[in-house]
Design a binder for this molecule. Structure first.
Ligand SMILES: *[C@@H]1O[C@H](CO)[C@@H](O)[C@H](O)[C@H]1NC(C)=O
Ligand SMILES: *[C@@H]1O[C@H](CO)[C@@H](O)[C@H](O)[C@H]1NC(C)=O
Ligand SMILES: *[C@@H]1O[C@H](CO)[C@@H](O)[C@H](O)[C@H]1NC(C)=O
Length: 134
């Protein structure tokens, strides 16, 4: 299981009532950049529970009938869900490609220090899934 201290403490708050009262979802932009020669940049309006994980928001978005967003992930024992593919494009050990998680901030674009299971989207922010190399 993921050890995600913040997430767990928020879960406890939510179970104790504050967030459980059907709190509204917050919206943020999820940008998908596949960086392929024929590729494009997709932008989705995503919704997360307050204090909820990016993984949850991505799952909700992929289940929604209003978007064509899909992704695959695998469970990593220490880091939670590892993003394997987005919209059908898979990272590859052989090609040294992967999906990196970036966040647009007032100081520019930064790489998230945590994965999609532990990242907690904030209202109106821009989260970028960027297909890149290592
Ligand atoms: C999406 O559409 C299917 C088939 O029309 C329906 O069964 C399902 O409940 C819908 N899902 C959502 C989240 O609206
Ligand atoms: C990836 O996820 C899709 C649904 O989003 C699923 O249909 C497909 O089987 C998955 N592929 C792999 C390789 O896990
Ligand atoms: C995304 O990945 C591409 C390809 O590796 C890279 O050129 C670019 O700097 C990365 N970051 C952003 C914000 O596009």
């Amino acid at each position: 299981m993921v050890s995600c201290a913040l997430l767990w403490s928020l879960l406890v708050i939510s179970l104790s009532g504050t967030l459980a009262q059907n709190a509204g979802q917050l919206t943020f932009d999820l940008v998908v950049k596949d960086n392929q020669p024929d590729g494009n940049k997709m932008m989705y309006m995503a919704q997360a529970a307050p204090g909820g994980s990016l993984f949850g928001a991505m799952t909700r978005l992929s289940n929604s009938n209003h978007s064509d967003f899909t992704f695959n992930s695998s469970e990593h024992i220490d880091y939670g869900a590892y993003l394997e593919s987005v919209n059908g494009l898979f990272g590859s050990l052989q090609d040294h490609t992967y999906w990196e998680l970036l966040v647009q901030t007032a100081n520019g674009i930064i790489r998230s220090s945590v994965g999609i299971s532990c990242y907690i989207p904030q209202a109106n922010e821009v989260v970028i899934l960027n297909f890149t190399t290592w």
